[in-house]
Structure formats: C-alpha cells, structure tokens
Write a protein of this length. Structure first.
Length: 269
C-alpha cells in the first residue's frame, strides 16, 4: 500500500475481549475499524474489552477509545475520522450496507453455536474460533484455543473444535466461573476488579443468587440489566487478586489479534 493511502475498513463482529483486542490491533495499525454487536452484550470480561461503550457511550482500552454510534448514516464518517472506534448495535445487514467493509472479522466467540456462512459478506472474511471452515464458510480462519497453534492463520480447513478445560490460575480452573443457572435478567451492583470473598453474593438472575466461588478479584461480570440464557458464563473470579490481570488486553486475545492482523495484511489489504 502506498504511503498516505487510506487503509481499508474492517468490521469486527463482537465487543468481547477477543473482538476488542482485534479491533484495537487493527486500529493501532492504521485501519479504519468498526465494531458491531448486539444492544445488550453478555460479555463478562468488560475490563478487557470495549463492551462497556455500548452501555456508557464510550470507554478506553489501553489508550484507544471506542464510542457508541447510534446513527447508521454517521458510521462511514466516524470510521474515516479515526478519532475513536465506533460501535454499532444496528443489524449487521444495515451496517454492511452503510460501510461496505473490505474485511469482516467474526470475533463473537460463540463456541458451541455453528457459525453461518459469511464468505460473501465482504471481500475478505475471517472467522475466529471453533466452527469455521476456511475456504468455505469464511476465507480465512484464526485459531483461538490455547496451545502452539494459538493465533495461527488457516487458509483451508476447519478451525479446532472446542476442547479441554479453562486455564488454571493459582490452582483453580473451571471452578473460577459461575454460569447462569436459569434464563433471566442479570442484576448486580458489583464491579470488575472488585475484591470478593468465597460465598459473597455478587448478582441475581430472577430468584437465583450468584455467589463468588472463591476469594479473589472479579475478572468477569456480565453488565447489570443484560438478559442471559441458562448456562451463559456470567461471573469469573481471578484468585491471584491482581488488578492488572483483569484490566487491559489479555495474553490470549492479544495473540489472536496478532494473527488477525497477519491475516488481513496477507489477504491483500
């Protein structure tokens, strides 16, 4: 690309920790970036993401700001100005029509849901995580599971299926998490990075009370007022108790974002 030439626009689906890391890396590399997500995302790791911009209007992640963009007609200008990363909660079809991105990155990280075919939605489409097939449902895939292949770009074939247990922090693995026992609206007055004790009430969903599973600091907490389905991961405690481990881009999302940046650059953009 010639010096001074405008970088292509990238649409990132998902404002969770992975999608936010991807948007952050691409924006820092000079691309026009837009995030699209649902109006009430259940993303729990909000200290590591841009998701709170949807609720609060704006938020900053490692020096880069994201701002909620409510008007479809203003999206192209907001992307081009590069003052911040705009986040839209409009329907994906309307966003695609308004912005016509050169690249679409599906970073929703839905894990067990089978991703729909997106290969025709933009000149270059990239799928992150299990369920994508490079060369079929998307043009390129990027591995998101821990291991030697984390961040690897796939030009053909399926990304790895969901497997294994969560990483262990201070000897605690899956027991660090709390999943919604019922469907309903999450209610909480707690905050990300808050210190908690095992058994402490943190949130409610209807009549169900959610308790801190162990001592530590809140690394994940779905925003107050968000409807969730039963089985959704809504709370996570980090037993290490260090604020810097729950605020800012995590190691895994950063490595995935680096893979996406390589994929975008190698894809001809």
């Amino acid at each position: 690309m010639a010096s001074g030439e405008l970088q292509p626009t990238v649409l990132v689906r998902g404002s969770g920790d992975v999608g936010s890391a991807v948007a952050h890396a691409l924006f820092a590399a000079g691309f026009g970036v837009l995030i699209c997500d649902v109006p009430l995302p259940a993303a729990p790791r909000r200290g590591m993401a841009f998701a709170d911009a949807i609720f609060d209007g704006a938020c900053v992640l490692e020096g880069i700001e994201a701002r909620r963009a409510d008007a479809i007609a203003e999206l192209p200008a907001a992307v081009a100005e590069r003052q911040a990363i705009p986040i839209s909660t409009a329907e994906i079809a309307a966003v695609l029509e308004a912005v016509a991105p050169a690249v679409l990155v599906d970073a929703r990280m839905r894990k067990r849901a089978q991703p729909e075919r997106q290969r025709d939605l933009a000149p270059l489409t990239i799928g992150l995580g299990p369920g994508f097939v490079a060369g079929e449902t998307v043009d390129l895939g990027v591995e998101t599971l821990w291991g030697e292949r984390l961040g690897e770009v796939l030009r053909s074939g399926a990304t790895r299926a969901l497997e294994g247990e969560p990483r262990s922090f201070a000897g605690h693995g899956r027991e660090r998490f709390v999943y919604a026992p019922v469907a309903g609206v999450m209610r909480t007055g707690a905050q990300i990075a808050q210190h908690v004790r095992a058994g402490e009430p943190i949130a409610t969903i209807g009549a169900a009370e959610l308790l801190a599973p162990l001592d530590g600091i809140l690394r994940g907490l779905t925003h107050d007022g968000v409807p969730v389905e039963a089985g959704t991961k809504v709370l996570e405690v980090d037993p290490r108790g260090k604020r810097k481990a729950v605020i800012g881009i995590g190691k895994r999302p950063r490595q995935i974002a680096e893979g996406v940046l390589r994929a975008v650059q190698s894809g001809g953009c």
